[in-house]
Ligand binder design. Structure first.
Ligand code: AVI
Length: 322
């Protein structure tokens, strides 16, 4: 009973934060919504579908790099290394790597969803019974969750941050996050991180406007989530998905374009929308190899090496904390 009450309170607190962020973002002159809210249950499922789609090359090409170079990557870590994965989700990408590592000290996935972590922990314990797993529930961009990991001793730590997730942070935020990672590592500890490369805008725009329209559904689902969780009355047919590459900012921007003047009520607030205005829902920054290396240096790392897929679309960097 106690657990049930505390989970009700937890849900209410999360909903208050969600409502606050939504109202704050939609009351700006240029309307915006934080991209972290794209990932409710439906959104996470749609994102998995995006990753499997032909047009979204990132996941496939990153997986190719791991398959080709996993032994070489694992050798860089050395024996008895503790692998920490912030935002691990279902921990799908890590098994191949853990399997290639020499006597891994263990694996620490961090995620905001306890249910997903529990499932993943069970799976890893089954497929790699020799690997110890310490899961931590929390927001990896905040220092609190990192403090909980201090008790796990190890010869060496490596933070594993695949999926080009770093691209969803504004450059200054990305630097702040990498500095947080560095502050939780000792000199010589590692960071293995995936980044999508700057490339022809046609390829980039196809990846975020896939022919099966999954990305469109993923983007629009954010409004549906606001309707369901916050009792709003968005009419999804009055918004269209738009994703385009911004060459100066080196990022793909995802927006929802309003198709007709109208108002939407969220809780007790009425928000006016004008035809043609957009809600900016996500940025996906693309980096050159040199550009990302200099971000690493600014954040307290030195670049050790990197690996690329055969089509040179994507990079996995390995860096050491200094
Ligand atoms: C999770 N993240 C790295 C994806 C990206 O490419 O920025 C999210 C995504 N948004 C639309 N398609 C995929």
């Amino acid at each position: 009973m106690k657990a049930a009450v505390s989970s009700v309170i937890e849900n209410q607190l999360q909903n208050n934060e969600f409502l606050g962020d939504v109202l704050e973002g939609l009351s700006r002159k240029r309307k915006t919504l934080p991209c972290k809210y794209l990932y409710d249950e439906v959104g996470s499922r749609l994102f998995e579908e995006i990753c499997d789609s032909q047009d979204y090359y990132l996941t496939r090409n990153e997986a190719d790099i791991f398959t080709t170079y996993r032994d070489e990557i694992a050798q860089k870590f050395g024996p008895e290394t503790l692998l920490i994965e912030p935002g691990a989700g279902n921990c799908e990408k890590v098994e191949e790597l853990l399997d290639a590592m020499d006597s891994p000290r263990g694996y620490c996935p961090i995620d905001i969803s306890p249910e997903i972590l529990l499932e993943a922990e069970k799976r890893i314990k089954k497929s790699l019974p020799g690997v110890q797993v310490w899961s931590e529930v929390g927001d990896f961009s905040q220092s609190e969750v990192w403090n909980k990991l201090i008790h796990v001793s190890s010869r060496k730590k490596v933070i594993f941050f695949p999926g080009s997730t770093i691209g969803n942070f504004e450059p200054l935020e990305a630097e702040r996050l990498l500095k947080l990672f560095a502050s939780n590592l000792a000199a010589g500890d590692g960071l293995l991180i995936g980044t999508d490369l700057v490339k022809d805008s046609v390829i980039l725009e196809r990846a975020y406007n896939d022919s099966d329209h999954v990305t469109e559904r993923f983007n629009l689902n954010l409004l549906q989530r606001i309707n369901v969780e916050l009792g709003a009355n968005f009419d999804l047919s009055l918004f269209a998905h738009r994703a385009f590459y911004h060459p100066l900012r080196q990022r793909v921007e995802m927006h929802l374009v309003c198709l007709k003047n109208h108002s939407v009520s969220i809780a007790d607030t009425c928000i006016d929308f004008i035809e043609g205005e957009t809600i900016h829902t996500e940025n996906s920054h693309k980096y050159s190899i040199a550009g990302f290396k200099s971000l690493l240096v600014r954040s307290g790392f030195e670049s050790v090496c990197f690996w690329q897929d055969s089509a040179k679309t994507y990079v996995i960097h390995y860096a050491q904390a200094i």
